[in-house]
Design a protein around this ligand. Structure first.
Ligand SMILES: *[C@@H]1O[C@H](CO)[C@@H](O)[C@H](O)[C@H]1NC(C)=O
Ligand SMILES: *[C@@H]1O[C@H](CO)[C@@H](O)[C@H](O)[C@H]1NC(C)=O
Length: 351
């Protein structure tokens, strides 16, 4: 406990990640009554700018897969929380720590969270609001499909003040095991990584055979991906480097979350040209700032407002800027992140 939360070297974190992943496999064996229910469906939850989504993959006895998704738009308080967590001013010290000074500086915050959790409350106001969304989605899947969900992979918008312990506490509050994918270095699976996996990229084919999988992974292309999310309340852009979904490299200086540039902002502008010009500069902002960085081979679009004029505008903007239009991934834009999380869950739990 202390070690993982403190400043464990990468090797230890990896080893622990492994143990957690393997423990899940053993659980399936130890609880024969639930074995069917656990081994033939897998769930992923996503917490995105304007909505939450869930995906469940059923694995039939003949090996065929069936995926279902649900979307829930929680409303004002959720939007307020997501907006707040996107701001630099909301950042605070949180695990994993860079040094022991940070560890001690974070003790009061963690003590307060623990006190709330001890009496059964969410660890913070934000955790409570996020947990309510997952609770809703979980209930919907459970009643629609007659299943009982006890573990899941979580993904979320890459917000600078949303931390690993927030997502872990969301899961803990609902009694859902927070599953960290095998082979994943960082404990949070951000939207870009999950969506890439949701499109079937960045993962090995033969995941049941570990050696073969590792070999395949080293041969995957290292792609530069421009990940764009567009919804009612936000425009987010990230220039990520991805070989496997699990080692997606999306450092702070290469992603932007703007919660005043969603489509709902249009009426507040004096002209729509002004709005689209702000959208354009945000789309190009990271590439402008790092002209030497490799240009994107893939543009991946998520969100609930990915249609019509936005897509046309995005394509024109990017082909003008880059000289050619990269490959565009925009199918299932609202739910592809949740689908990726569910697929990763499937690969973890079937171990
Ligand atoms: C899981 O598999 C068993 C046996 O193949 C089947 O009877 C059951 O309906 C499946 N459950 C779900 C939720 O798909
Ligand atoms: C969002 O975009 C608007 C318009 O370009 C800009 O004024 C604002 O500073 C941006 N906000 C953030 C948090 O980047």
């Amino acid at each position: 406990m202390f070690l993982t939360e403190c400043f464990a070297p990468r090797a230890i974190i990896l080893a622990l990640t492994y143990l957690v992943a393997n423990a899940s496999g053993q659980n399936v064996v130890q609880r024969p009554l639930q074995a069917h229910a656990i081994s033939n469906f897998s769930v992923g939850f996503s917490l995105q700018s304007f909505y939450g989504a869930a995906a469940v993959i059923f694995e039939h006895a003949d090996g065929t897969l069936e995926t279902h998704t649900r979307v829930y738009e929680p409303g004002y308080f959720y939007h307020q929380v997501m907006t707040k967590l996107s701001l630099k001013s909301s950042q605070h010290v949180a695990p994993p720590y860079d040094n022991d000074g940070e560890y001690w500086a974070d003790v009061p915050r963690k003590t307060a969270r623990l006190a709330l959790k001890t009496v059964g409350l969410p660890a913070s106001y934000e955790v409570g609001v996020l947990a309510a969304v997952v609770h809703h989605l979980r209930s919907q899947l459970e009643s629609d499909f007659g299943i009982s969900i006890s573990e899941a992979v979580f993904t979320s918008s890459h917000l600078i003040a949303l931390y690993q312990d927030d997502l872990e506490d969301v899961a803990e509050n609902l009694g859902i095991r927070y599953v960290v994918p095998r082979l994943q270095f960082k404990p949070i699976l951000w939207e870009t990584a999950a969506s890439y996996a949701g499109h079937g990229f960045g993962m090995c084919k033969h995941w049941q055979d570990q050696d073969r999988c590792l070999k395949e992974i080293t041969n995957l292309p290292d792609n530069v991906v421009l990940a764009v999310h567009y919804s009612h309340n936000a425009l987010t852009v990230s220039l990520a480097e991805i070989q496997t979904a699990f080692d997606t490299w999306e450092p702070e200086y290469r992603h932007v979350e703007n919660f005043t540039l969603g489509s709902d902002a249009i009426p507040g502008y004096s002209s729509s040209d002004e709005y689209w010009s702000d959208v354009e500069s945000t789309l190009l902002q990271i590439m402008d700032r790092f002209p030497g960085f490799a240009k994107p081979k893939i543009v991946m679009i998520t969100g609930d407002m990915v249609h019509g004029y936005f897509m046309e505008f995005l394509k024109n903007t990017l082909s003008d800027y880059l000289g050619e239009l990269p490959h565009i991934l925009s199918s299932d834009a609202t739910v592809v992140a949740a689908m990726g999380a569910a697929e990763i869950m499937r690969r973890t739990s079937a171990d």
